[in-house]
Ligand binder design. Structure first.
Ligand SMILES: N[C@@H](CCC(=O)N[C@@H](CS)C(=O)NCC(=O)O)C(=O)O
Length: 225
């Protein structure tokens, strides 16, 4: 059985294709389209894992991996042979593991809230409720969501002053895992040229040949900006 990536269009699973391209590890892709109204994954993905969320990877021994940070860690461990990870036990390895967790555990929640409140603001509502709904969404965004996104972006901009890549001098799986929140921030979280190190990092990751090969395997990816 070949290693298989269950890939939802425009999603976090783009990172897994990119990682496998960086590793030169052969894999198969099963593509899924989002429901155009809800943007959710189709129910078929629940046959692979009960949550039906992407990415999902089925290893050659049939084990199913979910949760992108855990997937990146497991694939680098299994196929990396020392590549894409700092030496275990080194200070950079601690940073590497930190970013694998931080991307989904800390960076994504405010970006997801921004997406949800943007949609609430635009959702159809009876005319007499519209000002109330928009007022609540606007207050949540201005009072909490946008300042939180700004806090994270300032932090990340500062971290990239320590070295060219998130886990130090070498490109690693941490950069792959961090790509989704930084791309989401550029697409809808206000990340722009005022944070030049993050923008430069984005340019450098997008220029990698493996990143481009992954786009060919995964299909159009709207988060590239
Ligand atoms: N923290 C999880 C999040 C998984 C997740 O929410 N994936 C999104 C894709 S970006 C998804 O499948 N959304 C469609 C749905 O929830 O139906 C991870 O990093 O793997």
């Amino acid at each position: 059985m070949a290693l298989t990536v269950h890939h939802l269009e425009n999603s976090r699973s783009q990172r897994v294709l990119w990682l496998l391209e960086e590793l030169g590890q052969p894999y198969e892709v099963v593509r899924y389209a989002r429901d155009p109204k809800t943007m959710l994954a189709p129910p078929e993905l629940r046959a692979v894992h009960p949550l039906g969320k992407s990415p999902l990877v089925v290893l050659d021994d049939g084990s199913v991996l979910a949760e992108s940070g855990a997937i990146v860690e497991a694939l680098v461990e299994r196929y990396g042979a020392g590549r894409l990870s700092p030496a275990p036990g080194s200070p950079d390895f601690l940073r590497y593991r930190y970013w694998l967790h931080y991307a989904e555990g800390s960076a994504m929640p405010p970006l997801l809230l921004k997406l949800v409140f943007d949609r609430v603001e635009k959702a159809p509502a009876p005319f007499f409720l519209r000002p109330v709904v928009r007022g609540i969404a606007g207050k949540a965004k201005d009072g909490f969501v946008l300042p939180q996104i700004g806090l994270h972006l300032d932090y990340l901009e500062g971290e990239l002053a320590r070295g060219p890549w998130f886990a130090g001098e070498a490109f690693s799986g941490a950069d792959i895992q961090m790509s989704f929140p930084v791309e989401a921030a550029a697409a809808r979280g206000g990340l722009d040229r005022s944070r030049p190190r993050l923008m430069d990092w984005l340019q450098r990751i997008h220029a990698r040949p493996a990143h481009q090969r992954a786009l060919e395997r995964g299909g159009p990816y709207a988060l590239l900006g």
